[in-house]
Design a protein around this ligand. Structure first.
Ligand code: NAP
Ligand code: MG
Length: 403
């Protein structure tokens, strides 16, 4: 059998710890035997980020802009404990944060559903994808504790020096707290376009919700920007594709989500996305079965797993102990990137390969072969726990039959 050819490279961002081990296994066992992989390789492992003063992270993001598709391994975001462990020159910033800022993208997280693992909300038979706006609001706030007697105002000085003032609160009989938030029309519009593009791409409905009845200027601005962009740029495309844009209030959205069967994209403001993505991920069962893709408003895609580097398993691995680490989300990051590359390059063989690899992975788990995390959750009767590598070999057996 001849290998599948690629027209254009994709950007490959290697990472850290257990996921770095899994990365190599996936390539050796499931990609390289089938695909003549064209990738521009960037080592985002912490050792190399430190060696390059983190330049490699910036370069990988620029390359992603150039090629349009990237696949990323989980990486360490250094904290105090990592400074001596890796002998770091600096506590380098989160690579994901750096890449997201350069691509101005939105992160979409989607669970992978398999038979035998029932979500805690059993009506959720289809995945719910959460898109979190990752700029501003309470995450870039200014806040103060104020004393009794304080008069607090919102003051805006425009470029001509003209001030507009509004009273926040007169603290007559008690001390208290105040907070200033902001967002930008530009960031909200980028978020909206990423969401509409992704929904159109996936052929799924898009939901968006705020509290515009209470926040008549701030949240209402989000609602208006989404509505204007939808009307002008996406309405016709959505109608032709048979999908909908649905806006409602955040509390109504939460109630509808719980009653729904899933199968749509839920765009959330920053705080809502922070909270709801943890709820949705937990309800679907396992962080190791959650994929993540960063989509820029220009349609650049970076695929990864939603989980981290699985440090605890890595230390076991270093001690020579067997691990049973779930590789599914990392594997789906690869299939996502290969399929997108195939779509952009018009190479259907590559798309077909990605489909088959996903099919073989799901089939493996549904036939009862799984890693320890899923073994604990699965209600299948004949299930077997395998180690990290055995799982990938079991996927390969099934993949061979599909090719
Ligand atoms: P983590 O790597 O997501 O792992 C936390 C725990 O979740 C693991 O100890 C394991 O539980 C379970 N788990 C996660 N992924 C799994 C998988 N694929 N298979 C089986 N079990 C899995 O989070 P962390 O330990 O808090 O973070 C480790 C490092 O990852 C940190 O340095 C952090 O900065 C980084 N991180 C990177 C990203 C990213 O690059 N996108 C995201 C998050 C965190 P058990 O131990 O109970 O088996
Ligand atoms: Mg959170």
């Amino acid at each position: 059998m001849s290998k599948i050819e690629m027209k254009t490279p994709l950007v490959e961002m290697d990472g850290d710890e257990m996921t770095r081990i899994i990365w190599k296994m996936i390539k050796d066992i499931l990609i390289n035997p089938y695909v003549n992989l064209k990738s521009e390789y960037y080592d985002l492992g912490l050792v190399h980020r430190n060696e390059t003063d983190d330049k490699v992270t910036f370069e990988s993001a620029e390359a992603t802009k150039k090629y349009g598709v990237a696949v990323k391994c989980a990486t360490i975001t250094p904290n105090a404990a990592r400074m001596p462990e890796y002998n770091l020159k600096e506590m380098w910033k989160s690579p994901n944060g750096t890449i997201r800022a350069i691509l101005d993208g939105t992160v979409f997280r989607t669970p992978i559903l398999v038979k035998g693992i029932t979500p805690f909300i059993p009506t959720w038979t289809k995945p719910i994808t959460i898109a979190r706006h990752a700029y501003g609001d309470v995450y870039k706030n200014t806040e103060m504790q104020v004393q009794k007697g304080a008069k607090c105002e919102l003051v805006c000085t425009d470029e001509n020096g003209i001030e507009t003032r509004q009273l926040i609160h007169q603290f007559d009989d008690t001390s208290g707290i105040i907070q200033g938030l902001h967002n930008t029309d530009k960031s909200i519009a980028s978020f909206a376009r990423s969401c509409f593009n992704f929904a159109f791409d996936m052929k799924k409905d898009l939901w968006f919700a705020t509290k515009d009845t209470i926040s008549k200027k701030y949240d209402h601005r989000f609602k208006d920007i989404f509505a204007e962009i939808f009307e002008k740029e996406y309405k016709e495309k959505f109608e032709k594709a048979g999908i909908e844009y649905f806006y409602t209030l955040i509390d109504d959205a939460v109630a509808r989500v719980i009653r729904s069967e899933g199968g749509y994209i839920w765009a959330c403001k920053n705080y809502d996305g922070d909270v709801m993505s943890d709820m949705v991920a937990t309800a679907y069962g396992s962080l190791a079965m959650m994929t993540s893709v960063l989509v820029s408003p220009e349609g650049v895609y970076e695929y990864e797993a939603a989980h981290g580097t699985v440090q605890r398993h890595y230390y076991k691995h270093l001690k020579g102990e067997e691990t049973s680490t779930n590789s599914v989300a990392t594997l789906f990051a690869w299939t996502g990137a290969l399929r997108k590359r195939g779509e952009l390059d018009n190479t259907p063989d590559l798309c077909k390969f990605a489909d088959n690899l996903e099919k073989a992975t799901i089939q493996t788990i549904e036939e009862g072969v799984m890693t320890g995390d899923l073994y604990l959750l699965s209600t299948l009767e004949n299930k077997k726990k395998v180690n990290t590598e055995e799982f990938l070999l079991a996927v390969n057996e099934r993949l061979q039959k599909l090719m």
